[in-house]
Structure formats: C-alpha cells, structure tokens
Design a protein around this ligand. Structure first.
Ligand code: PMT
Length: 418
C-alpha cells in the first residue's frame, strides 16, 4: 500500500511530538478526525489506530486524509518492516491518546488484554497513555468502570475528562467525551519536567461537617479546580498527593488520592502527606463545624434551633507555618473586593502565591470555567476566563517559575525592600 504524501505542514517544520490516536467504537468516534486536525495544528505528528468497532463509526479514509498517513487496524501488519506494526508504533509514539475510550476498551486495558492492535500497543509501549472516556452517564458511574479506570490511573494513565452535558443517548450527566480542542491542547501542552522530582500535596473539594448521621454543613465545591491543579502538577512531572473532600470525580492518572470528609480529617491527611516541596490549597474548607454532632438523627420539634459551631483548623495557615516549609499556594473565592481580600489572605496566612476567583456569573463553585487573578507579594497575573484544566496548567507554570528563578528574584526583592 502506498502511503499518502506528507502535507506541506509536515514538511515545513519538524514535528514536536509523535502521537498515536487510538479510536474505539463509540458514537464519539466521529470526533476523531477533528482531534487529529487539532493535534496537527499543534505541531504533532499523528498516526491513527482503529479498533474493529470504531470502523463502524468513522471512516478510515477520513482519518487517513486528516492524518496524512494510512490508518492502522491490524495486529499483524504485512506492510510493517518486521510484520509487527504494533512494536514499531509502540516505539515510535511519545503519546498514545485513546479517544473515545469506551467502557469495553477501558475494561480490556485494565485486564491487560492484547486481543487487537490498540490494546497490544498499550501493553508494548513506554509512551504516555491518555484516556478520553466517552459513555452513557449510568455506565460512567458503574463501579466496574470506575474500578477499571482507577486501576489504569494507578498504572500512570492520564485521564482526559469526561465532560458533563447532554449525551448522544439523550441523557444529561458525566460521560461525554472532552472536546477535541481541549484534548489536543492538554496533550500537546504537556510540560514534561518543569516540576520533575518535586512532590506536591493538593487539597480539593468541599468538606462536610456532620450534624447528625444524615445531615452536614457543606458548600458547593465540586472538586474540579483542585483535581485540575493536581493533574496539571502531575503533567509537569511532580509526584502529587491529592487530599479530596467528598466529590464524585475520577482520580487523575498517576496521582495518589486520599479521600476525606471533614476539615479535621483533611488537616490530618495533609500533615500525614507532608513534607513536600509544594502545597496548593484549593479546597473550600468549612471554617466551622457543629460543636455537638449527634449519633442519632435530630428530630423536628417545631421550636427554633440554635447551632453552636466551633472553628476548624486552618490547614493552609498551619502548612505555611510548618517546618520544613513547602512552597505554599492558597485559593480565595470572593464575591466582592477580590484583589484586596486575596492580598489580605496572602499576607495574613504567609503564602507564596494566592489564586483568587470571583464567584457567580458561571464561575467559581461547581462550574466548568473559571477566571483567576494570581497574586504574589510583588506580582500579579490575570488568567482570563477559560476551562479549569487550562487555567490549572497556567497556574502550574507560574508556580514552577516562582519555585525556581523568579521566586528567588522575588525573595531578593523582598529582602531589599525590607
Ligand atoms: O471545586 P470547584 O467547584 O471547582 O470550585 C473551586 C473553588 C471555587 C472552590 C476554588 O477555586 C476556590 O476558590 N477554593 C478556595 C475557596 C475559599 O473561599 O476558600 P477560603 O477563602 O475559605 O480559604 C482561603 C484558603 O484557605 C483556601 O486555599 C482554603 O483551601 C484554605 N483554608 C480555608 C479554611 C480552612 N479551615 N483551611 C484552609 O486550608
């Protein structure tokens, strides 16, 4: 078979990354050609591998046209030099991006099967593996799927989504494949190494403070911002412990997760995970907890009720005062006077950086987008409105910069100013 010629684009500049796009058989496979285009726009050289089921959803010829290379779908490939295309592709790839990753494919990967080209490729490669799950929301929630994904994440697979929203089946919820633009951006932008060798602890989500066995005081944090920060730190090469409040989100690939419920448990889990080079407090930690949580359900009396609340430990403040002290980043969610309040917390809690977000207007708590103003003692960065994963990567780039040269410069400036 003759290979299609390289395009003008391929010849013009050397490809920065070699990406295998693996397509499994779900309805979202129709988005694969767009993903290939988006990756190539970002200077990636792309080869496509289709499962047999994927061929029912997307035409190999379309993928050949957009990738500029013939599509691979057979385990034993007479066109490959050794007759073993999977080994050649496995060695060639820097990244293998499986989009969509169906529940069936995820199960086969988790079981370590090698019954077609794509699964064999994943076993035979040292490339980074990315999974963009796409399935019905009920399937997504199924414990088998979640267990399989957790197993793959533990082995280092990086998760791309899924997104929530309306699905091909007409239902609404988590399970929709992330947009090709977002997948391409995350794969192409992965910064391998800025934080290599560093260890981070990140908090995410809300805390729930029990009133009785069925009620709690809590807040609307979904955990998305904190999980995105953990994933971006991991992508930048750091080892990450993610201390998560009660949220329903998949663990980012390669990240160690500790689940907690209350602020006191979060405090304990964070200190058990220290020492670290960096700490990022993204969690919306409850400032107070009920003084007297009951063992039994509190009964209605018809009378007014007064709750006595006790202050919770301030995790961020305590980490910033700990020794050895990590590089400490806080978050602040504000409805007004954003800059003033954020700067106040930066100084008061003795932080290196604080990322402030406005609440409302589709931003902040339980939203997919955010907007961040990041403050250091002498600097300020505005990260305009965008998806939380994109903002998390920008924030991590600032953190990486501050932990090396810029941070030293800033500390020198602070000393000079003093
Ligand atoms: O989870 P999402 O739905 O994606 O929403 C993300 C977010 C809006 C929750 C996140 O971006 C955010 O802003 N988190 C901080 C929320 C906040 O208002 O925190 P705070 O002002 O109460 O606390 C300031 C800082 O101190 C935070 O870093 C917080 O983690 C930390 N803190 C607060 C109280 C406490 N007892 N311990 C703490 O560590």
């Amino acid at each position: 078979m003759t290979h299609p010629p390289q395009t003008q684009d391929d010849r013009a500049r050397p490809a920065s990354r070699r990406v295998v796009v693996g397509v499994s058989g779900g309805i979202a496979a129709y988005k694969a050609p767009e993903l290939v285009r988006r990756l190539r726009e970002r200077n990636c050289e792309v080869r496509v591998v289709l499962t047999r089921a994927a061929r029912e959803f997307v035409a190999p010829l379309s993928l050949q046209a957009v990738s500029g290379h013939r599509v691979h779908d057979r385990l034993l490939d007479e066109d490959a030099e050794s007759g073993m295309g999977h080994i050649e592709l496995a060695r060639w790839a820097d990244d293998i991006v499986i989009a969509p990753a169906t529940a069936d494919l995820v199960a086969r990967l988790a079981a370590g099967m090698a019954d077609d080209l794509l699964t064999t490729l994943v076993l035979a490669t040292e490339a980074r593996i990315w999974l963009a799950p796409a399935m019905n929301r009920v399937m997504w929630d199924h414990p088998s799927v979640q267990d399989n994904l957790a197993r793959l994440a533990e082995r280092g697979a990086r998760m791309l989504g899924p997104d929530s929203g309306s699905q091909a089946c007409g239902e609404i919820g988590y399970g929709r494949m992330l947009a090709p633009e977002e997948i391409a951006e995350r794969v192409a932008r992965v910064d391998t190494g800025a934080l290599e060798g560093k260890r981070f602890v990140v908090t995410a989500g809300p805390t729930h403070e029990a009133l009785d066995p069925v009620r709690f005081l809590g807040n609307r944090s979904s955990g998305r911002m904190g999980f995105a920060v953990a994933e971006a730190l991991r992508e930048a090469g750091a080892a990450v412990v993610l201390v998560a409040g009660p949220v329903r989100l998949p663990t980012p690939g390669g990240v160690e997760r500790v689940d907690v419920v209350s602020a006191e448990q979060m405090h304990e889990a964070v200190f058990a995970a220290l020492p670290a080079d960096g700490f990022v407090g993204v969690a919306a930690v409850a400032d107070y907890r009920p003084a007297d949580p009951r063992d039994r359900k509190i009964r209605k009396t018809g009378e007014p009720m007064t709750l006595e609340l006790l202050p919770n430990p301030d995790i961020l403040r305590d980490v910033a005062a700990s020794s050895p002290r990590p590089f400490v980043v806080g978050f602040a969610a504000e409805t007004e006077d954003l800059a003033e309040r954020a700067r106040g917390k930066l100084a008061d809690k003795n932080l290196d950086l604080i990322a402030a977000n406005r609440v409302g207007d589709g931003l902040g708590f339980d939203t997919s987008d955010n907007e961040l103003e990041v403050f250091a003692a002498h600097d300020r960065w505005t990260l305009g409105r965008g998806p939380k994963p994109a903002l998390a990567r920008e924030l991590v780039a600032i953190i990486a910069g501050r932990m090396t040269n810029d941070g030293d410069a800033d500390r020198r400036k602070e000393r000079d100013d003093a």
